[in-house]
Design a protein around this ligand. Structure first.
Ligand code: HEM
Length: 337
């Protein structure tokens, strides 16, 4: 689907529910992002191996089952939530920027469902629906310009310049507050931070959140070393499945719950999250060489999606080309080493 098929207006305010607005320089900013991301990837490469510039440390990729909640009210039966009762899931857990698990960081959870019925907006393989989530309710950048400034500062090795600029203080606060020490990626909560359509009605928009529903939490990790989060996951799975509830939160006010500001949290009291599915991850070998290699190679894209779950807002529009190009760049580079 082209962007024109979406509800796009060139105004920046007075947007209606589910409505987006676009900046004229979006394509140029996206192209600059892709350039800078490739530079960062090459700068950070270890032994010539390029990892993801965000969520670069794979803690593991695991298979599971994504079960749609039974008896959902009609307004929640949209897209995949009106299809099969369960989908095979492939789930990647990651540290955003640190290689030592003992350090504070953001953490990522990327979910790829297969067996999805319908035409995808973008896709490497058919029948897949991706959901990409982060361990903090908001993104540090409100829009693509702010994200690009951050990327340029990262590439230039001058993050301090970005952080001390008063224009970026809101971003700096999120970057400071959002990093956490965790005991297990199975224990925490994740958010999409950006909005998505929910169904064919163009006035609907939701954000996603995924919350642990495991009966077990890792209160005392067995040993603290740089890769201890994998031990926590393994230990958890040796005792019981990992369990996550997948939830949606409806936009019910276009001003207080904006589409075009990824750093704005949608108030949970104003619009509570509602559970629509449950993800269960059973015990499995996820640390073998082949499993970790596949985990490095796999690519996710918010646009690998049915139109009923179309990504919304400028940040999401940029991510279509960014994730596609970044994934291809690192995989091609690594294959030619
Ligand atoms: C314009 C804004 C953004 C840019 C430029 C950007 C950039 C990137 C890039 C280049 C990657 C690596 C892709 C690859 O090499 O395969 C990535 C991965 C990731 N990003 Fe973003 N990102 C943006 C917004 C977001 C947002 C809003 C979230 C919130 C959930 C997010 C969460 C993630 C996660 C979880 C991954 C790991 C995906 C995986 O498991 O492969 N990003 N991002």
């Amino acid at each position: 689907m082209s962007l024109s098929a979406a509800v796009l207006c060139s105004c920046s305010q007075d947007l209606q529910l589910g409505e987006e607005s676009s900046d004229t320089d979006e394509a140029e900013i996206t192209a600059q992002m892709i350039n800078v991301i490739e530079t960062i990837g090459l700068n950070n490469a270890v032994d010539g191996f390029v990892t993801r510039v965000n969520q670069g440390k794979s803690l593991g990729c695991l298979t599971g089952s994504f079960q749609i909640s039974q008896g959902l009210p009609e307004r929640l039966q949209q897209g995949i939530f009106a299809q099969a009762s369960s989908f095979p899931a492939y789930v990647r857990f990651a540290n955003a920027s640190v290689t030592d698990d003992r350090e504070k960081d953001f953490h990522g959870m990327s979910i790829k469902l297969s067996g999805v019925d319908g035409d995808l907006l973008w896709g490497e393989d058919n029948n897949q629906q991706d959901f990409i989530l982060n361990s903090y309710p908001v993104l540090f950048a409100a829009n693509n310009n702010e994200f690009l400034s951050f990327l340029k500062a990262t590439a230039g090795g001058a993050m301090w310049k970005f952080l001390i600029n008063p224009l970026n203080w809101d971003s700096a606060m999120v970057l400071l507050r959002g990093r956490e020490e965790i005991n297990s990626p199975f224990d925490i909560r994740y958010w999409s931070t950006t909005p998505y359509r929910f169904g064919d009605d163009t006035s609907t928009a939701v954000k996603y959140s995924v919350k642990s529903c495991s009966t077990l939490t890792t209160d005392n990790p067995e040993a603290s070393h740089e890769n201890f989060l994998r031990d926590s996951m393994k230990s958890h799975l040796s005792q019981t499945d990992a369990c996550f509830d997948f939830m949606v939160q409806f936009q019910n006010d276009p001003q207080s719950m904006p589409i075009e500001n990824a750093s704005s949290e949608w108030d949970e009291e104003e619009s509570p999250f509602e559970t629509v599915a449950r993800l269960t991850i059973p015990s499995q070998e996820f640390q073998s060489e082949s499993a970790m290699a596949r985990c490095e190679e796999v690519t996710f894209n918010p646009w690998q999606s049915l139109s009923q779950h179309r990504p919304l807002g400028g940040i999401n529009r940029a991510r279509r080309a960014v994730y596609s190009e970044a994934g291809e760049f690192r995989n091609q580079h690594n294959a030619s080493r």
